[in-house]
Ligand binder design. Structure first.
Ligand code: SF4
Length: 692
């Protein structure tokens, strides 16, 4: 069958696999890639190995390490199997009924005493579509505000793209890259972070697509590019502005597209005026002729596609940077045609409408940004939090988040693992893994794929779908709104969301690779958005101006997190960058991940010599927020003065390390709203010994 990797080599399964009824098909739910999986089960229905599904048209059998890592964690020592409550700082096993009753009492008490704004949810990638729908119904019925992965991952990208095009998702399928004449990859190491889809980029290159990578680091993706352009950190926006200026001044833009389908071109022309080649070269460190050549390349090779990554989304000047590159695609007319558009990490297929009667909807009585959440917990405005994720590790300033959660009256953690956040809970509820739950997975290709439950449910774990319906029952609120299975959940979702009306479960089951959304009731699916020339903005056009401003370039050193920070005390820049084996916090409980890659910090040889560290020796990283010791990896792949490490870890993970996010302050991109996890000023010193 030609599988990509055989995990027997991991020592997980030394017996030959039977290619029979024990091999089930599923979809990976880890990174929005939607890779097809083959899951080998033992006679008890437990997962014994995971492979890529060669019949899935998107990943064609290729997968990354992450789903294979889960095999070790599903039944490992970190997995939570039973509800527990904290008594005298120790967890005691209780029944689900006892746990739900306790949560219901606390929930009702806090709403009565302090209002709906006193309870919030902080959730991430736990559970599937059934759990997400039930969570959203529950939240609407009780007025609970929820913070998902948006603030730490995608908010700037979604918010800016919605303003420009009206929709945050990929405009065309990733497979369109083979039709593109040029692919511009910016701040995105997809060779590591989208391993299951990276083969499309290699295939495009084989078929003649010119692949250009812009990054601060010489990444694995840069290594396969036709052209790698190294850029100073946090200056991509200036490059985007200069490219816009060259293209506008030389009339290289698509004049008819701009006339018919955009608003604000004049203002954009004025905004990019100061970005001369000299200025852009000075800011970015890219030679003038290279910027000019890139502009010519983009103008002469059409259609073209853009693939941005977290390198420009999770930074303190993200909004202006994203807008510059997406406006660039728009004025070149790279929209709505095969081989054009923007490939996105975003896979939102829209929200349900009118499922809950108006009289039953309860609105949260306070609204807060993700930044404001910390203060509201610290000041006692928030009394109770419902966690389904690991915010003590994946939100910035982990120590501050931990302290804020510790100060709350009541904390619930619906979790797979006894992680840093679960340890702070008053009640822990065991969650099902996505291999133990049926549902729909939405992916980067803008498709929805159905996956069955393949693995037997671990111990007493329950899905969020069951949990929220049962909690509603204990709280005495309307349970009739809740679905009672993944199948009924999808029917409810489909029939209350116009953009997916035509995507029935049966249709997904019989369509290899799933069905594109939006998909109308008559079954017409949209493989590409905007082919008709009509955009999803209120005007129906591409909006090149927002609030009277086209783009306002913000210098990274004058942006939140770095503004006012002493460059003498903190002379270097620190970023986190994901690698294939460490991606989400839930990947950090596997022996294999541990064996493959220990945490390290990349440092240029010259910077290492300034500091006095050698390859492998301990180095202390310090920001205004915290300090951590990691081991140095001396490499020329990072520029001088820049330090790069991997996100997450955690004191309760297999690494037993303070989360790297401890080093990042709680600040957000002022335009797009993303919390910042890159390009923060830091200091680095040789450390005498190990430790934190
Ligand atoms: S690339 Fe993403 S979707 Fe594909 S196997 Fe890896 S984690 Fe799963």
């Amino acid at each position: 069958m030609g599988f990509y990797v055989r995990p027997q080599s991991l020592g997980i399964n030394s017996k030959p696999l039977k290619q029979d009824e024990n091999l089930r098909t599923s979809i990976c739910c880890l990174c929005n890639g939607g890779c097809g999986l083959k899951v080998s089960l033992d006679q008890d229905g437990k997962v014994q190995a995971v492979f890529g599904d060669p019949d899935n048209p998107y990943n064609k059998g290729k997968i990354c390490a992450k789903p294979m890592e889960i095999v070790q964690t599903l039944y490992g020592p970190y997995r939570v199997g039973y509800p527990m409550k904290k008594v005298n700082d120790k967890f005691e096993r209780i029944t689900w009924d006892e746990a739900l009753e306790l949560i219901a009492q606390k929930h009702n008490q806090h709403i009565k005493e302090s209002g709906t704004g006193s309870i919030v949810g902080i959730t991430s990638k736990i559970g599937g579509s059934y759990s997400k729908l039930a969570h959203s119904i529950f939240s609407e019925l009780v007025g609970m505000a929820n913070y998902g992965t948006g603030p730490i991952c995608t908010d700037s990208e979604v918010n800016v793209r919605k303003k420009i095009f009206g929709n945050g998702s990929s405009s065309g399928p990733l497979s369109d890259v083979v039709r593109a004449k040029i692919l511009l990859i910016v701040g995105n190491n997809c060779a590591q972070t989208k391993v299951g889809q990276f083969h499309w980029i290699l295939e495009a290159k084989r078929q003649g697509t010119r692949v250009v990578v812009i990054d601060t680091r010489y990444t694995e993706t840069a290594q396969v590019a036709d052209r790698f352009i190294q850029i100073r950190p946090g200056t991509d926006g200036a490059l985007g502005m200069a490219l816009l200026k060259i293209i506008i001044e030389n009339n290289l833009y698509d004049q008819s597209f701009i006339a018919e389908h955009t608003n604000g071109f004049e203002r954009l022309t004025q905004a990019v005026e100061p970005f001369t080649l000299e200025r852009a070269a000075d800011i970015t460190g890219i030679p003038r002729n290279v910027i000019e050549e890139l502009a010519q390349d983009l103008a002469s090779r059409k259609p073209g596609m853009l693939f941005e990554g977290r390198g420009i989304v999770c930074v303190n000047n993200a909004g202006a940077t994203i807008r510059a590159f997406e406006d660039l695609m728009a004025i070149l007319g790279n929209v709505g045609k095969p081989g054009s558009g923007i490939i996105s990490h975003i896979n939102n297929h829209g929200n349900i409408k009118d499922l809950i009667r108006e009289k039953d909807v309860v609105k949260p009585d306070r609204e807060r940004s993700a930044e404001a959440l910390y203060q509201a917990m610290e000041e006692g405005e928030i009394k109770m939090v419902f966690i389904a994720g690991n915010p003590c590790v994946n939100w910035p300033d982990s120590k501050r988040m931990t302290k804020a959660i510790q100060g709350l009256d009541f904390v619930v953690s619906h979790t797979l693992f006894l992680d840093d956040s679960a340890m702070l809970a008053d009640v822990i509820l065991p969650a099902t893994h996505w291999l133990e739950e049926a549902g729909v997975q939405s992916s980067v290709h803008r498709v929805l794929q159905w996956k069955d439950q393949v693995a037997v449910i671990y111990a007493e774990a329950r899905s969020g779908g069951d949990l929220f319906r049962q909690l509603a029952e204990h709280m005495g609120i309307a349970t009739s709104y809740f679905p009672n299975s993944p199948e009924t959940a999808w029917e409810l979702e489909r029939t209350h969301n116009k953009s997916i009306e035509g995507i029935t479960m049966e249709r997904m089951r019989r369509t290899p690779g799933g069905v594109h959304f939006p998909c109308s009731e008559n079954g017409q699916e949209a493989e590409r958005l905007y082919e008709s020339g009509l955009f999803s903005t209120p005007s129906g056009k591409v909006e090149l101006v927002e609030n009277d401003i086209a783009i306002e370039y913000i210098d990274m050193f004058d942006s939140p997190g770095n503004q006012g920070v002493s460059s003498e005390k903190y002379p270097y820049l620190l970023s986190t960058n994901k690698v294939a084996s460490h991606y989400h916090t839930i990947c950090q409980y596997s022996n294999w991940a541990w064996e493959m890659e220990k945490p390290y910090v990349e440092i240029h040889p010259q910077t290492a010599s300034e500091i006095g560290v050698m390859d492998g020796s301990p180095i202390r990283l310090e920001t205004e927020t915290s300090s951590i010791v990691l081991h140095a990896r001396v490499t020329r792949t990072v520029p001088r003065g820049c330090l790069s490490t991997q996100p997450y870890f955690g004191t309760r993970s297999i690494y037993g390390l303070l989360p790297i996010n401890s080093l990042f302050p709680v600040v957000a991109d002022p335009v797009g709203g993303n919390l910042v996890s890159k390009n923060i000023m830091c200091n680095a010193k040789a450390e005498g010994g190990q430790g934190q």
